[in-house]
Design a protein around this ligand. Structure first.
Ligand SMILES: [Zn+2]
Length: 202
């Protein structure tokens, strides 16, 4: 049984949808940073205050987290915006760990040495990329220089800290606690792809 077999089949979602945690965990991170007022401030300025009352439970239009994160970085001080986006990424990674990676697959990955677990996790990430990359094209590379690339990243933001922390949380829990993710190319900064390099050990 391979990891891919153990994971739920990745149904083909309609174009341009993304997992609801991109919104739900942003709300949670804003609540932690500044309470309901801060969450309201950002969601309302983005035109999505209604989502604080009527929380999404299924895949959502990727334009929604795009607008929310754009508003976050536009309206909050840079350091605070970054901290909130990073926290939202870690919370999303934790949610994926707890709810989207079956216990059996989690166990296998943890038991394997990092160099064997990494390509399996990369494959699983590629197969489920629509949950965090929406309509973006996700590709991965394993080996000495493991990486994940997203072309036309629908939720690109300064240094893509949300994606970085989602990926780091998954790799640190399942492959190696010392994994570091660096964002070496970014569409938000004008590059033609968002690329995350994965360093498994210091
Ligand atoms: Zn980027």
């Amino acid at each position: 049984m391979t990891l891919a077999d153990a994971l739920p089949a990745a149904a083909d979602p309609p174009e341009a949808l993304i997992g609801p945690n991109s919104v739900l965990q942003l709300e949670q991170a804003l609540l932690e940073a500044g309470g309901p007022d801060l969450a309201w401030q950002v969601f309302d300025a983005a035109g999505y205050a209604r989502l604080l009352e009527d929380r999404p439970s299924a895949m959502i239009d990727e334009a929604i987290p795009k607008a929310l994160f754009d508003t976050l970085f536009r309206t909050l001080p840079a350091r605070q915006a970054r901290a909130v986006a990073e926290r939202a990424g870690r919370l999303t990674g934790r949610y994926i760990l707890e709810h989207r990676i079956p216990g059996f697959a989690r166990l296998i990955l943890k038991l394997l040495p990092a160099r064997l677990a990494a390509p399996l996790l990369l494959k699983a990430i590629r197969q489920h990329a629509w949950t965090f990359a929406g309509s973006g094209q996700c590709s991965t590379g394993a080996g000495r220089s493991s990486h994940i690339s997203i072309r036309r990243n629908p939720v690109a933001m300064p240094e893509c800290v949300w994606h970085g922390r989602v990926l780091e949380t998954l790799f640190q829990a399942l492959v190696s606690p010392s994994t570091q993710i660096t964002h070496t190319c970014c569409e938000h900064a004008g590059d033609d792809v968002c690329r995350f390099e994965i360093e498994l050990a210091a």
